[in-house]
Design a protein around this ligand. Structure first.
Ligand code: HDD
Length: 716
C-alpha cells in the first residue's frame, strides 16, 4: 500500500517510491558494499600490530576509496540550497479551460513535490543570509511525468538573452584573481557588468530591496519569471505567468541583521525550514497564475517575452488556483537535496514554452549541467529525480545505469518487440508541442520591444513604502561603496538617475559623488561589433501602471505569529507566573518562546518550580529571534539590568525594529537600554499578563516597525 505523508490522509506515490531506496541501519550489522559482514571497523590490516598496513586490506581500500569520491561538483549557480518534500493540490477544475495538465485541473489529485530553495552566487558552504536572489525550484511528480518550475523569489531577471548568462555569473561570482568576495555582489566586477547593461535595471531594484534578505524561505514569494504557455484539451494556447504566494506573508530582515546572522548562524534559513517542518508548521504557498489570451499578446507596453518585465497585477490579476504544502524533511541531504536535478524543460502536456530567449537558452543549460554535475546521462534514475510513472524508451546504457531493460528491441521502429514501447496518441496523453506559427529570418538580434529598461524599475521603486525606499538607497550605497573603481560608481549613478533622481541623489550623497547631470550619455554597452551605439540605447515608454501595491512588502500578510521565535530574557528570581503565562500565550498563537538566561540548566523563579533554560547569552543572539520579552521578578530584573549581554540583546532587537515587551516591573531593564527612556512604536509594557500578551502578539504579527529607523539612535 502507498505510504501516507504526515498530516495528510492520502497515499504519496513519491514517498513510497523513495522508500524502496532508503536504508535504515537500526538493529543491523555493519557490512561492506558487497554485503560482507565486517568484524573490525577500528583497525586496518597490518603486518604485526606495529607494522605497515597491507595492500590486501580490501575493507580499508573500499572504505577510503568511497570516501575519496564523496564530493561532486557543486552547482555553478544556486550551489547553496535546502530542500523539502511536500504536496500540491489544485482548488478546483477551473483551469481546464486553459490547460490539459492533469495536476492543474483535477482537485482530487494530490501531487507529490520536492522543493529546493537556494541562494545564487555563494558556494555550497556559504551563508544563507547573503544579499542575493533566492531560487524557488519545485519538482512536481505528476501522473503525466515530472514538471519542474525552476523559479526565483524575484519575478524578473538581470538579462534578456541566455547568451549573457555566463557573463552575468562570472561578474557576480568571486573575482577570478583572488576568489573574493564570497556570496556577495558588492565588488567591482559585478557592478562593472551591471553598469554597462541597463537591461538589468529592473532586477537591480529588486535585488537591492529587502526581497534579497528574506526572513525565511517560508516567507518569500516565488515566480516562474518567464511567460509560459498553457494549452487546453482542444489545443488552444494562452500565455501564463506562475506565482507562489506564501501564506505567512513576505517578510525580510534588516541588512545589519543579515550580516550578523551570517556570523552567528550561517544556516539560518536552512535551520528555519527544517525546524518549522519538524514542528509541524508546514510552509504553505498558494499557486497563482496570470493568464493572457493569445490575441492580447501585443496589448501591453512591454513584451511578454522579455524576462526583465512583470505583468503588473493591476493589468492582469493573479488567480490563486492551488496550494503547496511542505510537510516532510528529506532523509538525506546529499541523496535528495544535492542530487535533485531541476530543469525548466521538464514539462507535461498542457504546459509549453514561450519564445523568451532566456528560457530558450535555459532549455539547453540544465541538462548539460546535470551531465557534468551528476556524472552521466542516467541522472533521471537517481531516486529523487525519478518520475512516479515508469519510464519506457530506447535509451540505453551509460554510467551508473540502474534500469534493466528486457527483450531485444532497443530501437524504433521494431518488430521483434512488437513495436513497443509505442508512441502515445495525444488523446492518450502523448505530448505534442504547441504548433506556433513562425515565419522569420534567422538573425542575431534583440527585438526593439525589449528596449525599455527603466519604466518598470521606476514602477518598482515608486511602489515601495518609505522605509523600503530607504533600504534600497542604503543597499546601493553599501554595494557601490565596496566598489573600488570610481568610474563604475559614476556609471551606476547615471543608471540610477534614469530610474529615480531622488534615489540617485541619495546614493550619490553616500558615495560623496556628484549626481550626473547634462545630456544623457549612452548607457547600453551591450552591442554587437557592427552596431551603432545610438541604435541600442534604451527607449522611453509611458507606463500604464505607475504604482503597484503587490510590489511592496508593506502590504503583505501581517495577521499571524505562527512559527515565530520569541526570546524571553530571564535570570534567577524571575516572576515565573508571568514568564509561563507569556510562553503559553505565544504557543497558543503558534509561536515559540525561548528562555535565554545568563547560564544554561534551570533558573529558579521567585515562586514555583525551576524553569528550564533553552539558551544562554553565550549562544543566543537577538538577530536569531523575531521579538523579545522581559518578564518581571526583582532579582531577575536586577541581574539583567547590569548584564551587558542582555542590554545589548535589547538594543539590537530595537535597532532591527522588532517588537519588544516587558512586564511593568521589568521596565528598569528597558531603562538601561538606549531606547528605554523614549521608546518608539512596537515597545510594549504592562502589568496585566493577558493584556500584555495580546498587545505583544499583535506587535509581533506586524513583523517589524521600520519607522523606528528614522531615528537611527541605537548604536547596537
Ligand atoms: Fe538557472 C540552477 C533559476 C536563468 C543555468 N537556476 C538554477 C536553480 C534555480 C534557477 C532556482 C537551482 C535549481 C536547484 O535548486 O537545483 N535560472 C533560474 C531562473 C532564471 C535562470 C529563475 C531566469 C529566469 N539559469 C538561467 C540561465 C541559465 C541558467 C539563463 C543558463 C543559460 N541554472 C542554470 C544552471 C543551473 C541553474 C547552470 C545550475 C545547477 C543546475 O542548473 O541544476 O544550469
Amino acid at each position: 500500500m502507498a505510504k501516507k505523508t504526515p498530516g495528510n490522509e492520502n497515499p504519496n506515490p513519491k514517498t513510497e517510491q523513495l522508500a524502496a531506496h532508503t536504508e535504515e541501519s537500526t538493529g543491523e550489522m555493519l557490512t561492506t558494499n558487497q554485503g560482507l559482514l565486517v568484524n573490525d571497523d577500528q583497525n586496518s590490516l597490518k603486518a604485526g600490530n606495529r607494522g605497515p598496513s597491507l595492500l590486501e586490506d580490501f575493507i580499508l581500500r573500499e572504505k577510503i576509496t568511497h570516501f575519496d569520491h564523496e564530493r561532486i561538483p557543486e552547482r555553478i549557480v544556486h550551489a547553496r540550497g535546502s530542500g523539502a518534500h511536500g504536496v500540491f493540490r489544485v482548488y478546483d477544475d477551473s483551469m481546464a479551460r486553459y490547460t490539459r495538465a492533469a495536476f492543474l485541473t483535477d482537485p482530487s489529485v494530490e501531487t507529490p513535490v520536492f522543493v529546493r530553495f537556494s541562494t545564487v552566487a555563494g558556494s555550497r558552504g556559504s551563508t544563507d543570509l547573503a544579499r542575493d536572489v533566492r531560487g524557488f525550484a519545485v519538482k512536481f511528480y505528476t501522473p503525466e511525468g515530472n514538471f519542474d518550475l525552476v523559479g526565483n523569489n524575484i519575478p524578473v531577471f538581470f538579462i534578456q538573452d541566455a547568451v549573457k548568462f555566463p557573463d552575468l555569473i562570472h561578474a557576480a561570482k568571486p573575482e577570478q584573481d583572488h576568489e573574493m568576495p564570497q556570496a556577495a555582489t558588492a565588488h567591482d566586477t559585478f557592478w562593472d557588468f551591471i553598469s554597462l547593461m541597463p537591461e538589468s535595471a529592473h532586477m537591480i531594484m529588486w535585488a537591492m530591496s529587502d526581497r534579497a534578505i528574506p526572513r525565511s524561505y517560508r516567507m518569500m514569494e516565488g515566480f516562474g519569471v518567464h511567460t509560459f504557455r498553457f494549452v487546453n484539451g482542444k489545443g488552444k494556447g494562452c500565455f501564463v505567468k506562475f506565482h507562489w504566494k506564501p501564506l505567512l506573508g513576505v517578510h525580510s530582515v534588516a541588512w545589519d541583521e543579515a550580516q550578523k546572522i551570517s556570523g552567528k548562524d550561517p544556516d539560518f534559513h536552512r535551520r528555519d525550514l527544517w525546524e518549522a517542518i519538524e514542528a509541524g508548521h508546514y510552509p504553505e504557498y498558494e499557486f497563482g497564475v496570470q493568464i493572457v489570451a493569445e490575441e492580447d499578446e501585443h496589448k501591453f507596453e512591454f513584451d511578454l517575452l522579455d524576462p526583465t518585465k512583470i505583468i503588473p497585477e493591476e493589468l492582469v490579476p493573479v488567480r490563486r488556483i492551488g496550494k503547496l504544502t511542505l510537510n516532510r524533511n528529506p532523509d538525506n541531504f546529499f541523496a535528495e537535496t544535492e542530487q535533485v536535478a531541476m530543469h525548466p524543460g521538464h514539462i507535461v502536456p498542457g504546459i509549453d514554452f514561450s519564445n523568451d530567449p532566456l528560457l530558450q537558452g535555459r532549455l539547453f543549460s540544465y541538462t548539460d549541467t546535470q551531465l557534468i554535475r551528476l556524472g552521466g546521462p542516467n541522472f533521471h534514475e537517481i531516486p529523487i529525480n525519478r518520475s512516479i510513472e515508469p519510464v519506457h524508451n530506447h535509451q540505453r546504457d551509460g554510467f551508473m545505469r540502474q534500469q534493466i531493460n528486457k527483450g531485444k528491441a532497443n530501437y524504433n521502429p521494431n518488430s521483434l518487440g512488437g513495436g513497443c514501447p509505442f508512441q502515445a496518441k495525444m488523446a492518450d496523453g502523448g505530448f505534442v508541442s504547441y504548433p506556433e506559427k513562425i515565419d522569420a529570418k534567422k538573425v542575431r538580434e534583440r527585438s526593439r520591444s525589449f528596449f525599455d529598461h527603466f519604466s518598470q524599475a521606476t514602477l518598482f521603486y515608486n511602489s515601495q513604502s518609505e522605509p523600503e525606499k530607504q533600504h534600497i538607497a542604503d543597499a546601493l550605497s553599501f554595494e557601490l561603496g565596496k566598489v573600488v573603481t570610481v568610474a563604475i560608481r559614476q556609471r551606476m549613478l547615471g543608471i540610477l538617475t534614469r530610474i529615480d533622481e531622488g534615489l540617485a541623489a541619495k546614493v550619490a550623497g553616500a558615495l560623496g559623488m556628484p549626481v550626473p547631470t547634462g545630456p544623457d550619455q549612452p548607457v547600453n554597452h551591450s552591442i554587437p561589433a557592427d552596431g551603432n551605439p545610438k541604435d541600442f540605447q534604451p527607449v522611453k515608454v509611458t507606463a500604464s501602471v505607475t504604482k503597484s501595491a503587490a510590489l511592496s512588502m508593506a502590504n503583505t500578510v501581517k495577521n499571524t505569529i505562527k512559527s515565530r521565535k520569541i526570546a524571553i530574557l530571564a535570570a534567577d528570581g524571575v516572576n515565573g507566573a508571568s514568564l509561563n503565562a507569556m510562553k503559553k500565550a505565544l504557543a497558543a498563537g503558534g509561536a515559540l518562546g525561548v528562555v535565554i538566561a545568563p547560564h544554561l540548566g534551570n533558573i529558579q523563579p521567585a515562586k514555583g518550580e525551576a524553569i528550564p533554560v533553552d539558551q544562554s547569552f553565550l549562544t543566543a543572539a537577538s538577530v536569531l529571534f523575531d521579538a523579545v520579552y522581559v518578564p518581571g521578578g526583582e532579582n531577575s530584573v536586577a541581574a539583567l539590568t547590569i548584564n551587558a549581554d542582555a542590554v545589548h540583546f535589547l538594543n539590537e532587537a530595537y535597532r532591527h525594529c522588532k517588537a519588544i515587551a516587558a512586564d511593568a516591573d521589568a521596565e528598569e531593564v528597558l531603562n538601561s537600554t538606549y531606547f528605554g527612556k523614549a521608546p518608539g512604536p512596537g515597545v510594549i509594557t504592562g502589568a496585566d499578563n493577558a493584556e500584555l500578551a495580546q498587545r505583544f502578539t499583535e506587535a509581533i504579527a506586524q513583523h517589524r516597525f521600520w519607522e523606528r529607523e528614522q531615528e537611527r539612535r541605537v548604536p547596537a
